[in-house]
Write a protein that binds this ligand. Structure first.
Ligand code: SF4
Ligand code: SF4
Length: 181
């Protein structure tokens, strides 16, 4: 990672560091996390890296991308730390700074949210089509083809014509974006 990027995420992560400042490394967050098997380092380890200013190592890991915002760790942390929000801020930082290793996840989240904003729910085919287009790699859809076919055969996804959507959630999304500023 370049120095400019490094400086960028150091600034962004200072707020997150403040949020987890009183972590006592008890490991309750790790023990509570349902997604731990998909993480390369544990949440407890992540907070330790951040407190020790090892931000590079933190962003080399993809653990925070695996967080599904279930709030278990936040509910169970004995220090009452806002861990789910800290995970979300790490995702936002990676997306804002356009860190290459998180590009795929960022584009996936964006396509997912665009679909929800437009229709009030995910329209799977449209959502995945937008994701594939944003990835600008014609080979990616082939990797998803077996899963897509399986889901269609089981009636879990249906082909639908693209539509403009109701736009009823636009104001809600706008408000959230303002609050996150
Ligand atoms: S549960 Fe809270 S105090 Fe314990 S390791 Fe996790 S963040 Fe730190
Ligand atoms: S909020 Fe994220 S990190 Fe915390 S327990 Fe749930 S999935 Fe794990």
């Amino acid at each position: 990672m370049g120095q400019a990027n490094n400086k960028g995420y150091l600034e962004q992560t200072e707020t997150i560091k403040t949020m987890i400042q009183t972590c006592i490394q008890c490991g309750t967050c790790t023990a509570s996390c349902p997604n731990i098997e998909f993480m390369d380092i544990t949440p407890r380890h992540m907070w330790r890296l951040l407190l020790m200013d090892h931000v590079d190592a933190l962003f080399l890991s993809k653990s925070f991308i695996m967080c599904s915002s279930c709030y278990y760790c936040t509910l169970r942390c004995p220090r009452g730390l806002e861990l789910t929000n800290a995970m979300s801020l790490l995702k936002q930082t990676a997306s804002k700074l356009k860190l290459k290793q998180f590009q795929r996840s960022s584009l996936f989240y964006k396509a997912f949210l665009d679909s929800v904003k437009k229709h009030g729910r995910v329209k799977e085919i449209e959502f995945m089509t937008h994701f594939f287009i944003s990835m600008k790699n014609p080979m990616i859809p082939f990797g998803f083809a077996p899963l897509g076919l399986k889901l269609m055969l089981k009636g879990k996804v249906r082909p639908e014509f693209p539509s403009g959507g109701s736009g009823k959630l636009t104001a809600l999304f706008k408000k959230v974006a303002e609050l996150e500023e």
